[in-house]
Design a protein around this ligand. Sequence first.
Ligand SMILES: *Cc1c(COP(=O)(O)O)cnc(C)c1O
Length: 414
Amino acid sequence: MEKIITKAFPMYNPIGEEEAQAAAAVVRTGILSDFLGKHSEKFGGGKNVLELEKNWAEYHHVKHAISFNSATTALLAGLGALEVCPGDEVLVIGYSMCISATAPLFYGAIPVFVDIEEDYYCMDPVKIEDKITPRTKAILPVDLFGQSSDMVKINAIAKKYNLKVLSDTSHAPGCRYHEGFAGTFADVGVYSLNQHKIIHCGEGGIAVTNDDEIALRLQLIRNHAEAVVDDMGYYNLTNMVGGNYRMTETEAAIAIEQLKKLPALIESRINLANYLSEKLSKLEYLTVPKVRENAEHVYYLYPLRYDEDKAGLCREQYVENIRKLGIPLYRLAGGYIKPLYLEPIFSKKEQLKHGYPYRLLKDNEQPNYSRGICPVTEKFYDKEFIVTAYTYPPLTKSDMDDIVKVFDKAATMR
Ligand SMILES: *Cc1c(COP(=O)(O)O)cnc(C)c1O
């Protein structure tokens, strides 16, 4: 079979000369990090960290932005700041990067899986109330693939049951939603700045909140709270064991430059994805991503649904054909990722029943992590999803045309 795409697509690389110079300028000062883990001027970090946080908050129209050394640590601090405690239940989705579901375990809390929407692939608000129990403390939706969860409905449920909301917005920095931005409608929203994200500084994360006390708690957990609270005179000690979750000055300087590039990077992604969607929607066996009303999708990833019956070809064969025609798909074998509750840390919970943190629960309170608990997620994983990452600059509309040719041709290869 002759390939349609003969050259590998260029890698995505948002880093340029501006970042190189910003990093070099920090290195020349000799101060690569400017935090002190005590109640002092340096408790909140150095010049670049503070500037990044100010710029991030302004950009996203939110009161506080707190930088971290990853989104992982920002999510952990978020749960801590929201006073999630041992035995609490946290509602999560099973179709995301692992920390979106494992984070509660760090506080001895119990992840409870909620299925995702058929149309937009984020946590399905319709399925949340069924999962709420007297132990439920927080909801942790993920702005999957680059668009906001349905925060209007999720916040209404949170209000009704007095729950906290922590949004994992790693995929959607700068993404418009209603009158604001994805991530800022939750009690805490978290963005990732790791190497693979739309903008990055190698490793990094940002947590945002409009609440002054939550902002302080995030800072405390980031930077050795236990050694700070007494001198600071802060005495809500729940979860006030801190870590070193601090971002370096070098990373912050790079992230400052990256944030300036975010609007243009998002615009290119949206243009490429819209163009691709227009063409691919003509293939009757594909469903292109749908964008929520009054919101934007920034296409960190570009998810397609594939209808085996309409195409008359199983997904694995179709994907294999696509690969033969020259497109290395993001997740080759199956739809995106294995549902997280099928990973051993959850699925082999029987072994952990007497271990951490499940020993806190009686037998009849143990969560269900078996196949079948999230049928939509499983259907996408088993049969329907094909996720690509090729809606980034410097790819062009002509590259999108090639992708369309491949997706069309692949269905004819038996
Ligand atoms: C990348 C990612 C994370 C973790 O980000 P790090 O900065 O690597 O810790 C969390 N959640 C989602 C959805 C992600 O894609």
